[in-house]
Write a protein that binds this ligand. Structure first.
Ligand SMILES: N[C@@H](CCSC[C@H]1O[C@@H](n2cnc3c(=O)[nH]cnc32)[C@H](O)[C@@H]1O)C(=O)O
Ligand SMILES: [Zn+2]
Length: 433
């Protein structure tokens, strides 16, 4: 049994009961065995004793929406609206992606996320076996799903449906339980209704959740109304999508009635402030969603629409933009933003016992170097995490009690090789027909 003691640390727990604990944390195998002020019994022995002074410990961040392999297209299609960006820049290049491209693009994202303190992420893409293998190798947690655009010939639709089912079945619960899976029609505007229904049917059969993009732009909402006579929320509800546990990305353009529908079906919303701002999609009604009791978490979306995978930045944006838009400085307070990035993220992807630092929780946690100018004075650590910190402050990362990043270095992945492959593949891709 592996047993580690971290002593003299500051622990930001993301719980309501004891938001900040000063003292010691004991990790036994994959779980937190103790966190509190008490010193361990002198007779207790440890495999490792870590001096936590000058460090701040917190739960690992949970990124609830993205497309990891798209980091290969970072900086390639900036300053465009969603539909133009997708149709003219992303889809033509993504069509050229090989499994190997997806592998190295995904590893590039995992490297960035892990080193930046993200310990679990959602990924919706294709060539998903490559993504799952990358997650397995990295030691991270992944909630993975083969996204499928359904506007294509029937035989291609059928191929995508089978692939999605096969992937979800093969990988759910793999990598010591670190990988879970979902079923994902890409979006109401890229999938015919009967195609979406087939994914719902499969989710029922496999007992899996659904994940999709929804109500991201006003254009999407108006087109949906024109084509189907319903806004996206009622449209997806009618197709049975919310009859399964469900996580939707974006949900920017919502009416009061739609917020009530999401609440009534316990639909979880992945708020992606960086991507929504960059693609000029709008600002989601997060304070209203939270007030209604909808479970909201944070996602970066891909590095092609963000353009980094820094979850500290998403927490900061979530805390700032809703104040700016509503004129209410309490719209999303720092404590709420921290929860969106940690505990809510874990609950949104059905990870039990993940997302907080407390006895019995999974040992998914990170350390920040707080001996830096931008963390002084030592006044309010939650404020510092949300308003002052960035991915660059992360020094150590643990998932399931295993150390994956140590002193800023990733122990499970070959950083130099990943950087080399990512650059070479981008150059090759852009020159490829
Ligand atoms: N190529 C797949 C679909 C992959 S799912 C992931 C898709 O999501 C797209 N995507 C990335 N970000 C966004 C977003 O913000 N909104 C909608 N789609 C997005 C991305 O370009 C990619 O095509 C198929 O064969 O059906
Ligand atoms: Zn997306």
């Amino acid at each position: 049994m592996a047993k580690t003691l971290i002593r003299n640390g500051v622990f930001v727990t993301a719980t309501d009961e004891a938001p900040i604990v000063r003292g010691n944390m004991i990790i036994e195998n994959d779980k937190i065995a103790y966190i509190g002020e008490q010193a361990p019994d002198p007779s207790e022995t440890f495999d490792d004793i870590v001096d936590g002074a000058r460090k701040l410990y917190m739960p690992g961040l949970v990124n609830t929406h993205g497309h990891a392999a798209m980091s290969l297209l970072r900086g390639y299609g900036d300053d465009l609206a969603l539909q133009v960006w997708l149709q003219e820049k992303m889809w033509p290049n993504e069509a050229k992606f090989t499994g190997e491209d997806v592998r190295w693009g995904t590893l590039l994202s995992i490297l960035e996320m892990l080193k930046g303190g993200t310990t679990a992420f959602v990924d919706m893409y294709d060539h998903m076996d490559e993504v799952a293998r990358a997650v397995e190798q990295s030691g991270m947690r992944g909630c993975l799903t083969r996204g499928a655009i359904g506007h294509c010939p029937p035989d291609v639709q059928e191929m995508k449906r089978r692939e999605a089912i096969q992937f979800a079945r093969d990988w759910h619960g793999q990598a010591d339980g670190r990988i879970t899976t979902m079923m994902s029609p890409h979006a109401p505007y890229t999938c015919p209704p009967d195609f979406i229904e087939k994914f719902v049917e499969a989710a029922h059969e496999l007992n899996l959740p659904m994940h999709t993009h929804m109500s991201e732009t006003l254009f999407e909402v108006l087109e949906n109304e024109k084509q189907y006579g319903l806004r996206p929320v009622d449209h997806l509800a009618k197709l049975g999508v919310f009859s399964r546990p469900c996580l939707v990305a974006h949900a920017v353009h919502l009416t009061d009635a739609e917020i009530e529908t999401l609440r009534a079906h316990d639909v979880r919303v992945s708020h992606n402030p960086g991507s929504n701002l960059k693609l000029a999609s709008g600002v989601a009604r997060v304070p209203d969603l939270l007030k209604a009791g909808v479970l909201v978490s944070l996602g970066t979306d891909s590095a092609a629409s963000n353009n980094n995978l820094d979850m500290f930045e998403e927490m900061r944006l979530a805390a700032l933009i809703h104040k700016g838009v509503s004129g209410d400085p309490l719209a999303v307070p720092a404590r709420e933003a921290l929860k969106l990035g940690t505990a809510n993220g874990a609950r949104s992807i059905w990870l039990d016992g993940v997302g907080t630092l407390e006895a019995g929780s999974k040992a998914d946690f990170i350390a920040l170097d707080i001996d830096q100018a931008h963390f002084l004075p030592k006044s309010d650590y939650i404020s510092h995490i949300v308003y002052s910190a960035s991915a660059k402050d992360v020094t150590d990362v643990f998932v399931d009690g295993k150390q994956l990043v140590k002193d800023g270095e990733c122990l499970t992945l070959d950083e130099e090789r990943i950087k080399y492959e990512a650059q070479a593949r981008f150059e090759n891709l852009i020159g490829r027909d």
